[in-house]
Design a protein around this ligand. Structure first.
Ligand code: NAD
Ligand code: UD1
Length: 340
């Protein structure tokens, strides 16, 4: 059955891939994104790839009046809420900006949804809500607790949504806890386009392979992991997008709230990623071993069983796909969307 979905933050990295997947599956999307961390060009490319147009509203989700207008103009079957700020370091230096943006947007959205009787919501949470030191693989029952304001906005966002679902049994809310999304659509037309010097591993690798950055710093080689470098659960963004479609279908059949990990269940080290990237793409990624990055832990990877059980979802793509698709996007768009 075809659905009409409001996608907040739909111009961003995960949002643009999810919009494309929804359109390809025959659903309709409407995007609200204030472009604080995205380019409108991403939306044009999604329309080109899908061969279909959709409504795009460039405003802030914290704006109740504007959001109300969108809900008056369209009749939605559900909402995917990607909009949010996500830079961990910046959240430590400007905490108020993070708490305001990420929490006010979520509360405003829920208020407007409630007013228009749209009560199906998929929320972008993160593996960062799990207490550091949790045993791995980590399942959804593990203790929660964060180390930075960004993480706390996800923790608090989850709590607000659980309370809303508990107070009104008509709500259906899925809290998706993403592990480390990388990769891009196989077309190479859309992908991750961080502003400035990347904080995350894969964009740092692709920009180093391009020659835009001199070399990768591997943050620590003395962790208690097989090769000493940090281990994470990297997940292809196309698999992640599919997880959102499956979550929408789940929300159409169930009420209440539930947290679900979206990860592969497999951990790879920093050097696994570097070596796979070099091999698959036939390029060099110069690197040096550097001190540990403050706040990092040795290993984080998911227990993905609940996603399989409740959503019928599991990751399909492997490390080679992730490395190949990340590089195709970066090499076809050396300056990201900026060149347009
Ligand atoms: P992104 O920055 O590419 O996308 C977020 C989008 O939201 C951007 O397009 C931005 O312009 C928009 N936005 C931010 N605040 C807004 C507001 N108030 N009103 C309207 N638009 C707003 O990030 P992403 O990687 O695509 O992440 C999407 C979501 O998933 C975020 O909530 C993020 O915190 C969460 N998440 C991301 C990761 C990751 O590694 N990428 C991991 C876990 C969770
Ligand atoms: C980081 C955030 C996390 C957020 C996630 C997705 C921190 C502490 N955590 O997770 O909250 O949800 O991004 O946005 O910032 N690495 C290097 N060199 C680099 C970059 C990274 O060696 O230049 C290593 C890291 O030490 C880590 C791995 O690569 O072991 C992955 O790092 P990254 O991509 O930043 O993701 P996380 O730290 O897992």
């Amino acid at each position: 059955m075809s659905m009409k979905i409001l996608v907040t933050g739909g111009a961003g990295y995960i949002g643009s891939h999810t919009c494309l997947q929804l359109l390809r599956a025959g659903h309709d999307v409407v995007v609200v994104d204030n472009l604080v961390n995205a380019q409108e060009e991403a939306m044009r490319r999604v329309q080109t790839l899908a061969g279909r147009e959709f409504a795009f509203y460039p405003f802030d989700v914290c704006d109740d009046n504007m959001l109300d207008k969108v809900f008056s103009e369209h009749s939605f079957d559900g909402v995917i809420h990607f909009a949010g700020l996500k830079a961990v370091g910046e959240s430590v230096s400007i905490p108020l900006r993070y708490y305001s943006n990420n929490l006010v947007s979520t509360m405003t959205l829920c208020r407007v949804m409630d007013r228009h009787n749209v009560k199906r919501l998929i929320f972008s949470s993160s593996a960062t809500v799990y207490q550091p030191g949790s045993p791995m693989p980590v399942n959804e029952e593990a203790a929660l607790g964060c180390t930075n304001p960004y993480g706390w906005t996800k923790f608090m966002g989850e709590q607000i949504l659980r309370d809303i679902a508990a107070a009104d049994p008509e709500w259906s809310i899925v809290l998706l806890r993403y592990f480390n999304p990388i990769g891009a659509d196989a077309s190479g037309m859309i992908g991750e386009d961080p502003s400035g010097i990347p904080n995350n591993l894969m964009p740092y690798i692709t920009q180093t392979a391009l020659g835009r950055l001199a070399q990768l710093s591997v943050f620590g080689d003395d962790y208690d992991t097989p090769d000493g470098t940090g281990v994470r659960d990297y997940i292809h963004v196309v698999d992640l997008a599919q997880g959102h479609m499956d979550a929408l279908n789940y929300a159409a059949r169930n009420t209440g709230s539930v947290a679900i990990n979206l990860g592969t269940g497999v951990g790879y080290s920093v050097l696994d990623i570097v070596h796979a990237f070099e091999k698959v793409n036939g390029v060099k990624v110069p690197y040096q071993i550097a001190p540990r990055r403050p706040g990092d832990v040795a290993a984080v990877y998911a227990d993905p069983r609940r996603a399989k059980e409740l959503l019928g979802w599991q990751a399909e793509k492997g490390l080679e796909d992730m490395c190949r698709d990340s590089w195709r996007w970066q090499s076809m768009n050396p300056k990201g969307y900026a060149a347009e």
